[in-house]
Design a binder for this molecule. Structure first.
Ligand code: ASP
Length: 355
């Protein structure tokens, strides 16, 4: 440690700014990115080839959007925002358009972003009118004195910052609505009226509705390392189907579903948020890296395969560190995931048996 600090001091880096300047050999990859599109019960037998192809195409397009930013020398934050904006617009994922519904029949969106260079963070919960919650989280970080805004106030701030506002029905998809109806029926809860502005119920379920939705997840997240050596993390979600009473999950909770620090790693999670919050999953992985000097993959596996599993939680994470090491770990049968590291080929996977 003393050696590292001495090296940093030589480079003109003081302890106060050490977060921004990781001291690693110059030969590590200059950039790296990992994307997830949710984890859960995603079985080959339940997924028709067309659906599988659609998810793989969406994940590789997302990865490409991110690598384009990073290759051009853009920041990890810019790459994360660009990738997540695209996924928020894609109805395949439970974020932005395509978000799951609350028990009251609303789409309440959560998002967070964190800058590993300086530990700045922004988060929003229960947003209903902002097209890109990830951009709102970034505006909270960059332009407000706060870290977390919720509900109507968050949307008001978004409007003031000139972020695109939409009618709540913009987020409606028939697939997620039918998912809500199924879940409420199973729980014996009342079914709310179709939201104002939603299209009329189709007479026959379309092919899109036949997409297996039991995994109920589909949160999106990105972690990235940029050519300046800075890592960051971002996550965006509609939460869990039929959530009640203003429930907020782990995604916008800094340290639970989202965390980044140049001194350790950047993590974005997906799964049953209640467990991720109690284990502070993202921060816990970074703490194992920082204080126990565990390799990134080992730290991720320790928290997901052992601690999360022991507590009865399900889900997974993606992670990157300033050396360009990348990792993912999940205890479900699948997680939509993609990664690329400078000098390497893109990797896109869904099922747990893909290595
Ligand atoms: N973690 C999210 C939540 O609990 C859901 C998910 O990842 O699918 O809100």
């Amino acid at each position: 440690m003393r050696k590292v600090l001495a090296a940093l001091a030589l480079a003109g880096v003081t302890a106060a700014t050490a977060q921004a300047a990781p001291a690693f050999a110059a030969d590590h990859p200059k950039w790296a990115i990992v994307v997830h599109g949710g984890a859960g019960i995603i079985d080959r037998k339940d997924m028709d080839p067309k659906t599988e192809a659609a998810y793989r195409a969406a994940m590789s397009a997302a990865l490409e959007r991110g690598t384009r930013v990073l290759k051009a020398g853009g920041s990890s934050l810019d790459a994360i925002e660009a990738v997540i904006q695209g996924l928020e617009d894609d109805p395949l994922f439970n974020a932005g358009r395509g978000a799951v519904f609350t028990a009251e029949g609303r789409n309440e969106l959560d998002a967070a972003i964190m800058d590993g260079a300086n530990l700045k963070a922004g988060a929003v919960a229960g947003v209903t009118r902002t097209r890109h919650p990830i951009s709102l989280a970034r505006a909270v970080m960059d332009k407000s004195p706060h870290v977390m805004l919720i509900g109507q106030g968050a949307d008001v701030f978004a409007g003031k910052e000139g972020l695109e506002q939409v009618d709540p029905s913009f987020f409606f998809t028939e697939r997620r609505w039918q998912g809500l109806v199924k879940e409420l029926k199973a729980k014996g809860l009342p079914i709310p009226p179709r939201p104002a502005g939603a299209p009329p119920e189709p007479a026959k379920p379309s092919a899109a509705l036949l997409v297996p939705d039991d995994h109920r997840f589909g949160t999106v997240g990105v972690v990235a390392l940029d050519s300046r050596g800075n890592i960051a993390a971002g996550t965006s979600t509609g939460g869990t189907t039929a959530k009640q009473w203003g429930r907020v999950g782990d995604s916008p909770i800094i340290g639970a579903g989202t965390y980044a620090a140049n001194a350790s790693c950047a993590v974005s999670g997906t799964g049953t948020g209640e467990y991720f919050i109690r284990l502070t999953v993202a921060r816990e992985i970074c703490a194992l890296v920082q204080y126990e000097h565990k390799p990134l993959q080992a730290a991720a596996d320790e928290v997901i395969q052992k601690r999360l599993t022991a507590l009865g939680g399900d889900g997974g994470i993606i992670a990157v560190d300033p050396k360009g090491d990348v990792a993912w770990s999940f205890n479900t049968s699948g997680m939509y995931r993609a990664r690329q590291v400078e000098g390497g080929a893109p990797v896109v996977q869904i099922f747990s048996d893909e290595k």
